[in-house]
Design a protein around this ligand. Sequence first.
Ligand code: MRU
Length: 332
Amino acid sequence: MSTRWPTLIEDGDGLLILDQTCLPREAVMLRLTTLDDVAKAIRVMQVRGAPLIGATAAYGVALGLADDAGDARLADVMTILAATRPTAVNLHWALARMRSVLEKSAPATRRNLAWQEARAIATEDEAANGLIGKHGLALLELRRQGERSVNVMTHCNAGRLATVEHGTALAPVYAAHAADVPVHVWVSETRPRNQGLLTAWELAEAGVPHTLIADNAAGLLLMQGKVDLVIVGADRIAANGDTANKVGTYLKALAARAHGVPFYVAAPLSTIDFACPSGAQIPIEERAADELGAGDVPAANPAFDVTPAALISGIISERGIAAAGALEQWAS
Ligand code: MRU
């Protein structure tokens, strides 16, 4: 536990998180002790990234049951946490898992059980992402040509900051770096919340060579042959492989296809929503227009888009690499 990045750490009867709204200017730890603290942290994106949101919400359930673990309170806690963010299915997956464990048990035992289950979710996320790194490393090795760095393009932050540990899209990058496979990452800025700055920050912390680009520069770099492969994370993958990820992902997938560059999605199984048939059913979070910084100008701010399965070269999960249209093999 102590070697984990400080994205999510148990601290007595509370939780310590790295407040991502302060990065990259400052690394500020924040202690969460109540359900409201956790719900707010997820809503305002002090905690962000689909897998990390899921694990944090699980701990939020445990904190929410501190004084009352009865059925009515359990239902309220679930409702409050489920309303924090709509697109990342890991949140809803984690809550469903917590509910199925807790509703079977007597209220008197629920608080301890909730901490145990939240801990298990966090530990499993760390393990799953470690395996994603291992499987993805093979893809990077395939693209390696002599001493030249493998150039990976990513979008948003699907790194350590978005997970309990290792990251999803960045897990293969960290695995490559650890294995002395030379790697360089093109990091897109990711307007309007600039999660690319978070990616640049964590890559710098790890000593991985990288270059920040404006979102709209991605097409040019793909056209110029400066990208060997694109790896992005996911917030929800539908049963047919259509993938919701940070807005702008779809445009990168289109440009990658146009220029013959492989485009991979990396995510743990907790991000695959087998109950959701296709991308058309994925709820897309519409965030406040003021995040665009446009004053009184009428503005829309969809936070995610959907990349059709047909544009995805493969999905990397803890089970291996599968074609986006062949996820059924992972359904059980
Ligand atoms: O809105 P965010 O920052 O919580 O967005 C989630 C993401 O970090 C990305 O969409 C990411 O690629 C998937 S989460 C590993």
